[in-house]
Design a protein around this ligand. Structure first.
Ligand SMILES: [Zn+2]
Length: 258
């Protein structure tokens, strides 16, 4: 075999894992939002209920004050009854007192209505608080899991990046530049293994002659459809755990067939 793609295949394995990690990391805020949204909603409902209750308590107090003033006024009117001289005046005053007593009922009704509403809101608040407790728990647990995942992925990425540096230093410069340019254009892999007569990059069937040439491994050939660099599966990629011993002369032999 005249060229050795093994270090690049190993490097690609690292690159693909890095991409996977970056995709996973980008999804973490979205995943957190999925549990954060119901929490915010439950908290908002609780807040609204509390605010509504506060307003109703204020309203009830105001009606109570009105009732108190009204009762004082009625009492005053009653006490003046004895001071009245004529029967006509007396009757008129009695009528006013009767009207005043009816008005008292209106105040009482308003107070009662407030109290009923407060009671309903108390129930709503109780339910909202229970919901907040549940979703707060769910959120806290998910956040813990995601924080842990983020930490794990960041550590793995740092490790992969340092491995990438070691590997890429051993790859022929020209080949490395080409690898990076195809990788950037394809937004994934620059190398494609031939599997079942197809390019594993674009899944299109390759001409048999091209497959034989790739198998022979004399030149570095690219897929005519996606331009990825082809390699035969018989070229076993080196394990990514250790830095491969490179035969630099064979790597440099790739030449102009790129
Ligand atoms: Zn292809």
């Amino acid at each position: 075999m005249k060229h050795n793609l093994s270090p690049l295949i190993a490097l690609q394995k690292l690159d693909l894992r890095c991409m996977e990690i970056n995709t996973q990391r980008r999804k973490i805020p979205e995943r957190l939002q999925v549990v954060e949204t119901p929490l915010r909603e439950a908290q908002q409902l609780l807040q609204q209920t509390s605010a509504g209750m506060e307003a109703l308590v204020k309203e009830r107090r105001s009606h109570e004050k009105d009732l108190e003033a009204h009762e004082a006024h009625t009492e005053k009117m009653k006490s003046r009854l004895s001071e009245l001289k004529s029967n006509k005046e007396y009757q008129a005053h009695l009528f006013e007192i009767e009207v005043s007593n009816k008005k008292k009922g209106d105040f009482e009704e308003k107070i009662l209505l407030c109290m009923e509403k407060i009671e309903q809101l108390q129930q709503t608040a109780k339910e909202a608080q229970a919901k907040v407790n549940v979703v707060e728990n769910v959120f806290a647990q998910e956040k813990l899991v995601l924080d842990e995942l983020e930490k794990k992925l960041a550590a793995e990425l740092a490790d992969l990046e340092s491995q990438q540096q070691t590997y890429s230093a051993d790859v022929d410069k020209g080949l490395f530049v080409r690898y990076n340019s195809i990788k950037a254009a394809r937004k994934d892999q620059a190398l494609a293994e031939i599997k079942e007569r197809t390019c594993s990059g674009c899944q299109l069937q390759l001409p048999p002659q091209l497959i034989s040439e790739v198998k022979r491994g004399e030149d570095l050939l690219t897929c005519p459809y996606c331009r990825r660099m082809l390699y035969w599966g018989g070229q076993t990629p080196v394990e990514t755990g250790s830095v491969p011993e490179l035969d630099k002369t064979s790597v440099l032999e790739i030449g102009e067939s790129l």
